[in-house]
Design a protein around this ligand. Structure first.
Ligand code: NAD
Ligand code: MG
Length: 360
């Protein structure tokens, strides 16, 4: 592979730090730009001789300045939208961890990809798995996708038990170590809802052909089912360095330090249906996705507001879903024709969710 200059957005986060580890293992990969939301990154940039570094501000300024070969968008939340659209519009390869941007801006992102023609490489483990299972397959042979979910820390809690769970309980994820926002999303299953919408836009499948199944050990990262009755699955230890490395070294599948599964020691493969009663954000996300327009954007925005409020101790765990549901009921959901209209739809949902927050 020729040298690849990477702009790493969200460099101080969980994905960002693991990406630096992957980059360091590959001499052909280098960092040309670093960005964080509020954490200082000057030292990190200086230590690596990175010329362009930015804390906060408009991420597209950094991208315009450093002109990378690949953008790794590992920012959390809607803040990543501008960078996703920039990479797709400019035909610059995009390694996408920031699922919120594709959920919120799916239609605009697809339009940008059509005109820019760049590669869109999923970093989310499930989507990386699906992407790999789909490689080289004719679309008409694909029946459906099955996304796996760990079920999060509350998989076995009753609804009554969920009333009293704390932020600390919700942050104790059983299989993945991740940033706080996605960890809460994993506890509510909103994360799988976001991933359902992400899969719809990435792979162009209708929602009824995208299924979710709970798989507590997170060994199977997802499956693709084909028309002949065969299913291809992607297995491995739950370690984000694998999908990060796959995207950054694509199509070379560079080596990583992650060990193989030792099947001779036994591997537990259990699956069960998700429970939409205890985890209503998953069916709510599906509904938002099916409605289309800016409903997915509103779902994401209201969820960001609710998760931040929960992390701040302002609402209870079980207040998160009703807050999102109410916000969704109040928005227009009309499609956004451009980024400005999308930003307005995002703001509208945040206002509704914020208003309800004040009322509680
Ligand atoms: P994190 O909270 O650990 O890190 C987020 C990073 O984004 C930080 O560097 C932060 O400074 C930066 N950031 C926040 N707001 C910003 C802004 N306005 N401008 C620029 N930078 C900003 O989060 P994470 O767990 O690394 O997750 C990042 C993204 O990857 C999320 O979209 C998440 O859903 C996705 N993802 C994460 C994992 C994981 O294992 N952590 C797995 C799959 C997908
Ligand atoms: Mg995932």
């Amino acid at each position: 592979m020729a040298g690849r200059r990477i702009a790493l957005l969200g460099a101080t986060g969980s994905i960002g730090r693991q990406a630096l580890e992957v980059i360091d293992a590959h001499p052909e990969l280098s960092v040309c730009g670093l960005a964080s939301g509020s954490q200082p990154i000057d030292d990190l940039a200086a230590a690596r001789g990175v010329e362009y570094a930015q804390v906060g501000g408009d991420l597209t300024d950094l991208l315009e300045a450093c002109r990378p070969d690949l953008v790794l968008n590992a920012v959390v939340g809607f803040a990543g939208v501008g960078a996703t659209l920039w990479a797709l519009e400019h035909g610059v390869a995009l390694a996408l961890a920031n699922k919120e941007s594709l959920v919120a801006a799916g239609e605009l992102a697809l339009r940008a990809r059509r005109s820019g023609g760049g590669l869109l490489l999923p970093v989310d483990s499930e989507h990386s798995a699906v992407f790999q299972c789909l490689e080289g397959r004719a679309p008409e042979t694909v029946d459906s996708i099955v996304l796996t979910a760990s079920g999060g820390p509350f998989r076995n809690r009753s609804l009554a038990d969920l009333e009293s769970v704390t932020v600390e309980d919700a942050l104790a994820h059983p299989t993945w170590s991740m940033g706080p926002k996605i960890t809460i999303d994993s506890a509510t299953l909103a994360n799988k809802g976001l991933e359902l919408i992400e899969a719809h836009f990435l792979f162009g499948l209708e929602y009824e052909r995208i299924h979710v199944v709970v798989h507590p050990t997170s060994v199977v990262h997802s499956l693709v089912r084909f028309r002949d009755g065969a299913a291809l699955a992607h297995l491995g230890h739950p370690d984000m360095r694998v999908p990060i490395s796959y995207a950054l070294t694509y199509p070379d599948r560079g080596a990583t330090a992650v060990p193989h599964l030792d099947l001779s020691r036994g591997v537990t493969l259990e699956f069960e249906p998700p429970d939409g009663q205890r985890f209503p954000l998953l069916p709510l996300a599906r509904m938002a996705g099916e409605r289309g327009g800016t409903y997915p954007c509103a779902f994401n925005a209201a969820n960001e507001v609710a998760v931040a409020a929960f992390l701040d101790g302002r609402i209870e765990f079980l207040d998160i879903a009703p807050l999102v549901e109410d916000a969704l009921a109040g928005v227009s959901g009309a499609p956004a024709n451009d980024l400005a209209e999308l930003v307005e739809a995002d703001a509208e949902a945040r206002r509704l969710a914020g208003g309800r927050l004040v009322a509680t």
